[in-house]
Write a protein of this length. Structure first.
Length: 100
């Protein structure tokens, strides 16, 4: 994940973590992300290089793929010429019983 500075802002330095109780950006997962929620097993995959994981407070979890790093618009923006496009995908697969 990206380290945070003393103000809690993500830097470009990376560190390893167990990804518990976080509000952070992670890069290039080695495999699709797996988690279980109330008996439902989820597998999340994307061609995005960055993922934001938020699980504070601990009763909820948010996992969001992103097309770039935090502040990339200032640090290393992707610039498209007129007529060009950028396409990304995000897939959610599940097994188990969904609760309505």
């Amino acid at each position: 994940m990206f380290q945070r500075d003393t103000d809690g802002i993500a830097t470009s330095l990376r560190e390893q973590t167990d990804a518990v109780n976080v509000d952070d950006c992670f890069t290039n997962p080695l495999a699709p992300l797996s988690l279980s929620v109330n008996g439902v097993d989820l597998v999340l995959s994307s061609n995005c290089s960055h993922w934001v994981v938020y699980d504070l407070p601990t009763h909820s979890t948010c996992i969001e793929p992103q097309s770039g790093a935090p502040n990339e618009i200032n640090d290393a923006p992707v610039i498209l010429a007129p007529g060009e496009s950028l396409t990304k995908w995000f897939d959610i697969a599940w097994t188990g019983r969904l609760i309505h």
